[in-house]
Design a protein around this ligand. Structure first.
Ligand code: FAD
Ligand code: NAP
Ligand code: SF4
Length: 693
């Protein structure tokens, strides 16, 4: 059986002192045969635990930790109803497989019997990772691995029967309901749009024919599970696909699946191939809920909305506006399993907010790695990473309040160590203070707000404006010293690198040096891209204004043309600077950016006219500009400013001085290793060390 002791002392009842503040969020929802205790839903996310070793036991602890902390309903990651639906073995099609799911449902109901848990049934259709994948027509997805096999009548009947069988098995395994995903470019949605459904039989052609498959699936699932079982249909409310679903079609489909037996409609705003970001950090909070609101007025069943709802205030506002009945938060529940409890107890300033970076969740999913969370490395690692109270409290000095130092200090203090955190600068954050100044990365401030609060809550002694050296640390006699001094920008060895045209990226971000109209950026890593974004940006950040965001990505929320997208060239504001973003490598520029977000950054810069150049040798910088050889040919860029973003080197002087004096010290974050450093690695390494020190 499960080790429920791993759930910790948080089993205590919630004290709902913020009930008034979030009265909608914490109001129950009566579904007739059952009741949701509140409107906070943990949305479905594939974590990789579904296929991992001991995956069910690990999922049980993962979900139970969220259940005991106040969430009203949980939807699991997508479970395929048969082999061809995914290409991997995590399917649910036999009673033996159903028995394993009991670990999950029992753990959740033991954590709180009032929490509902529904299993998502996901048939990936043409996106399944097997040559046996199926679809209404043999149309390969741009992001699929195989050309799907076109289903014949018998094949369609088999898929419908497998959905119904899977739902009945989910019921037998103790789930309170199922969610059927009818969006995203997966099987059901490929029946719905002409682009992927070329059939001329009763399953293709008119919209009535194209929606026959989802309607039949719902009818058969309802018949298999009986009336008193939650049945949710995830609809492509706005699929962001040129030629995608029209508004009238979404309404017609919604009405038809409700008539066929659905209790709740969940709105999805995605087709994985579409060229519109819908969950990245550059997307404004709750940008898409208005679409749910308009649909809600037509359908008359409880509706779930989602996407970039990461704080209780945002969720409450969405509900108060009447945009939805239930608010789905998926990634925010990775970032903080206690989100709902903290909201209920008026401790929202303690919420570890999801910053929508995708770096440890979706980027991992799409590269076959187990999901976690940049700001919470325990996510999906609950059974191996624990913060148990220490039996030997130590006096620990942490030097540097960047992400690594902050994560270490607050975790070690949580365990009962006596921690002093030294920071040379006037505020905590390190390079995150630079990151949050980039348009589209405003969310990064939430991480700093969280750490500021945790420093106070956990009693870390913070000494700002204090650049410590080895002698000062020695004189205070700490038991342990953690060196989290970070990095310094690399100064490349180029003739004229000290010319007055040359500006470091820190000075550029902080506005300490003027940047001209024509600019070369040396280095096209994450920071080079961020600098290009910063200096070509004009007006309000699209991440803070839904109308600007809609204009930049060609979305028409008001008229809802097919897919919700206008198809006309997006209107992207630009500062008018001419910018050359360069790297030495011959690879395509931006290739190493995040798997699920890199394309958005490349597209934005291209639309602003930024020149992306690879294969560049830097020869010299002088009054005339930057002299280079590009793919073998000499070229002068007559720029006003050259901004250097050429990576970093570790700042280790303090560590070396401590070693010389025989003082025991540990290195974390950028001070440990600057190459390929990011905040995900810095926080993960720091947290893991703090868990065992
Ligand atoms: P740092 O953040 O460099 O912090 C080190 C701290 O130590 C500093 O505050 C410094 O003042 C202090 N210090 C140094 N010496 C001393 C001393 N002797 N005494 C006291 N204090 C001292 N990463 C991502 O994962 N995703 C992103 O989207 C992302 N975007 C970024 C955008 C920009 C513009 C920048 C600059 C960075 C970005 N990063 C991003 C990188 C990320 O911020 C770093 O990987 C991370 O900050 C490294 O953390 P760290 O704690 O090791 O070092
Ligand atoms: P980076 O990603 O390693 O990029 C450094 C760039 O400098 C590369 O383009 C590199 O390309 C170039 N370079 C390296 N040595 C050079 C030299 N001696 N002379 C000239 N050019 C040189 O590092 P970064 O951009 O500084 O970012 C630091 C870390 O922060 C990264 O690891 C990144 O993951 C993280 N970050 C992430 C994001 C995000 O959105 N996820 C955003 C910002 C930063 P060539 O060698 O080909 O020239
Ligand atoms: Fe949110 Fe980033 Fe964590 Fe994913 S990795 S849950 S996007 S903070």
């Amino acid at each position: 059986m499960l080790g429920y002791e791993q759930l910790g002392e948080g089993m205590r009842p919630m004290i709902a002192i913020a009930g008034q503040k979030y009265s909608k969020l914490f109001s129950p929802l009566d579904l007739g045969f059952t009741k949701l205790k509140n409107r906070a839903l943990m949305g479905s996310m594939h974590t990789g635990l579904e296929e991992a070793e001991n995956g069910f036991a690990r999922q049980a602890v993962f979900f139970a930790e969220r259940a005991k902390n106040g969430v009203g309903m949980i939807i699991t990651g997508g479970i395929p109803p048969n082999f061809e639906a995914s290409g991997h073995g995590a399917k649910l099609s036999t009673p033996e497989e159903a028995a394993q799911h009991r670990l999950v449902t029992e753990a959740v109901h033991a954590a709180d019997p009032d929490v509902k848990i529904c299993m998502q049934i996901l048939h990936a259709g043409p996106l399944a990772r097997t040559p046996e994948c199926v679809a209404p027509s043999a149309v390969k997805s741009r992001i699929g691995a195989f050309v799907p096999q076109e289903l014949d009548e018998a094949g369609i009947e088999k898929q419908i029967a497998d959905f119904a069988n899977c739902a009945a098995l989910a019921r037998s395994a103790g789930y309170d309901g199922v969610e059927i995903i009818g969006s995203g470019g997966y099987l059901i949605s490929t029946f719905l749009v002409e682009k992927t459904n070329r059939r001329t039989d009763r399953w293709g052609g008119s919209f009535e024919n194209r929606m026959r498959f989802p309607v039949e699936v719902i009818k058969r699932v309802r018949a298999a599970v009986g009336p008193n079982f939650i049945l949710i249909f995830r609809i492509s409310a706005m699929d962001m696909l040129e030629g995608g679903l029209a508004r009238e079609e979404v309404i017609a489909l919604g009405k038809a699946v409700v008539a066929a037996g659905v209790n709740i409609i969940s709105t999805h705003f995605c087709w994985h191939e579409a060229f519109v970001p819908t969950i990245a950090t550059m997307v404004p909070r709750a940008a898409f809920t208005q679409v749910t609101g308009r649909l809600r007025r037509e359908l008359g069943v409880p509706m779930i909305t989602s996407n970039r709802i990461n704080m209780p205030r945002v969720a409450e506002d969405v509900l108060v506006r009447g945009d939805a009945d239930i608010v789905s938060m998926a990634r925010p529940m990775l970032a903080d399993p206690e989100l709902v409890r903290k909201a209920a107890e008026g401790r929202e300033d303690e919420i570890n907010t999801c910053i929508a970076c995708n770096q440890a969740c979706l980027d991992h999913t799409f590269t076959g790695r187990l999901v976690s969370c940049l700001v919470n490395p325990r996510a999906c690692h609950e059974t191996e990473l624990a913060f148990n109270p220490t039996s030997v409290p130590k006096r620990i000095a942490v030097v540097g309040a960047g992400p690594a130092g902050l994560a270490f200090a607050t975790t070690a203090a949580e365990r009962g160590h006596n921690v002093t955190l030294f920071e040379a600068g006037p505020e905590i954050g390190g390079q995150f203070n630079l990151a949050r100044k980039i348009p589209g990365k405003e969310e990064f401030e939430e991480t700093l707000r969280y750490f500021r609060r945790m420093i106070a809550v956990r009693g870390v002694e913070l000494r700002l404006n204090t650049r410590v050296d080895a002698d000062a640390l020695k004189s205070e006699g700490f038991d342990e010293v953690i060196v989290a001094t970070g990095i310094e920008p690399r100064v490349p060895n180029i003739e004229g690198i000290d010319h007055s045209k040359v500006v470091g990226y820190i000075d550029a971000i902080l506005g300490r040096r003027k940047v001209g109209r024509k600019v070369a950026i040396i280095g096209a890593g994450g920071i080079g891209f961020d600098i290009a974004e910063l200096i070509t940006h004009a007006g309000i950040s699209a991440a803070l204004d839904i109308d600007v965001f809609a204009r930049e990505w060609g979305i028409d929320f008001r008229n809802h043309p097919r897919g919700g997208v206008t198809g006309v060239k997006p209107d992207v504001a630009s500062s008018g600077r001419e910018v050359f973003l360069m790297q030495r490598k011959a690879d395509a520029v931006g290739r190493n950016l995040g798997r699920t977000t890199g394309w958005t950054h490349r597209l934005v810069l291209q639309r602003r006219g930024v020149h992306l150049l690879s294969g560049v040798d830097y020869l010299k910088i002088d009054d005339a500009g930057l002299h280079t050889r590009v793919n073998g040919e000499f070229k002068l860029f007559d720029v006003d400013t050259v901004i250097v973003c050429a990576g970093q080197t570790s700042l280790r002087k303090l560590y070396d001085d401590l070693q010389t004096r025989g003082i025991k010290a540990s290195l974390i974050g950028g001070a440990f290793e600057a190459a390929e450093l990011d905040a995900k690695r810095a926080i993960d390494q720091a947290t893991r060390l703090a868990a065992v020190i």
